[in-house]
Design a protein. Sequence first.
Length: 645
Amino acid sequence: MKILLVEDDEIISKTLSTTLTSHRYLVDTVADGEAGWDLADAFDYDLILLDVMLPKLDGISLCRRLRDRGNDTPILLLTAQDTSTSKIMGLDAGADDYVVKPCDLDELLARIRALLRRGSNALPPVIEWRHLRLDPSTCEVTYEDHPLALTRKEYSILELFLRNSRRIFSQSVILDLLWSFEESPGENTVRAHVKSLRQKLKKAGAPTDLIETVYGLGYRLRIPVDGEAPVIAAPVASGPDLLNGPPNPDEPLPRSRSQDRDERSSAAQPRSPDRIHVDLFDIWLETRSQILARMAAVRRAYQALQSRSLPDDVRQHAIQNAHLLVGSLGILGLMQGSQAAREIEMVLKRESKLSASDVEAMAEWLKVFDRIVALPTDMPTKTVALNSNQSAFGDRPVMLLVDRDRSLAEGLSDEAENWGFQLEITDDWISAREHLTRVTPAAMVVNLQWPNDAEAGFELLGAVAVARTAVAIALSERNNLSDRVRVARLGGRGFLQKPVTPEQVFATVQRAIAPPVVPVGRMLVVDESTSVLKEIRSLLEPQGMEVALLDNAQKFWTTLGNVQPDLLVLDADLTHFSGIDLCQVVRNEPQWSGIPVLLLANRTDADTVARMFAAGAADYIRKPIVPSELVARMLTCLGQVPRKT
């Protein structure tokens, strides 16, 4: 199922995209109404998830334009305005349903499933084609009762063929149906997946031509000579396999492990309304600096109120950021923070002069923000609770061992508590998949060599690494480079050759799950463009870095002595003295020779790059600046030298 998400708030967009993708939907995301119109007009989608407040073209206008054009794709509106007027306007414009921000993700998924059900007939729970059996409710595929370990795309391709057994699918059509717009692979990708699927079917005993190539047209299931058609069987009750392909959209979607765990524990303990779950922790880490910047804008308005002077531009900026916090905190599960932001927004919108009691109320709501700022930023394997009186990570991280080596298992069991781990053990890779539906490990250590299936260990490790459900560590009896490279390409975070001691295993796992140590330092940025300087400051200051800016290279030497930076960021094309010249000057001075220098360059031809490195630059980045690349290269440069005290 393919969904178009049109949402301008990056935090909400990223959270929704991650959640929908984890439930096996293909998601295309855009940040404004005009871009949404372009994609909706060019491609077929099963559902459009549409924010109401959008730049360039608002959501209600976009909805109306789509309906006027005859586009009948189900539309689910996201609105931050919980008023009957806004809801009526959306429904009158042609929307099928709406959800009010901040929205509960489970409710949103349920509404999406309901809308998708309206537009299609009920799909059969199980499909059988002779000895081949696919159960969408559990994502299990078997041939003559032998399970097939398929990747997500292989599963999707096979399900597509089984549901449309008489149809020929070209490579371009398969790409359009099963890949998102952002992925944009080539047709050779389809060929590679079909080839791999054929090999796995053949290995399970299926005929080599079960999936046949129709020359010049594409692929289809081979029609049996006797005209046998797929047989619809009764559903089979078994646990969902979260490592395989998409579930049947007309059946209840498999629950995530964190949801199952929370529901089991909720009978004994009330669920806190303010928590970041493991599924969203990576997004919290990625967007934390943006959230803190929005909070800072709100806090500036409070500080201005305390001094009895609130300029209108400060007020409007705070209102805008409080409004954004309502949705972004709510989508992450921080409902108290979302409510505090809503209350602050309402107070700041009042036309009357704010009273002392309003200022006191804002102070209380800002305390909720303070608790959010204090949330942990490490160990993203547990649930983070905002209001807990206990440690947010009170449980020991779980390590799952998938190996038949009893001696190693016993040794790890004896040492697990000393290393601060809870050990779970399974002695076959098939049970490991089922085990992962019940346990959320921080790390999985899996043996690569299994009798009768040389690929099982690699496939299990790769599936876990791609799904990012756990850090994957490989155990191997072989010590060859090809296996090590393959593990690295699959996303494995460690490779251990047997025999191995428990201490070596735990040390490897501990290093893999430990949060990266991010060096934070003082830097001096020299660039004649004020917009570049402002952009760099906005990127780095929310992360705790000290940033000094200079737009006049002639003052460089004096400023260098005053700032005493850990890192220099220099524009290579300064007017009076180029950044390359300044880099060479710094390298010639013993006091500064060890400072890493990052150059910002308009040109990156071979001669310019050679001059930059000859002058002693540690690295360079080409303009226009890509924020994520700039931060990554700065952090790399900062990690090259010891920090000053």
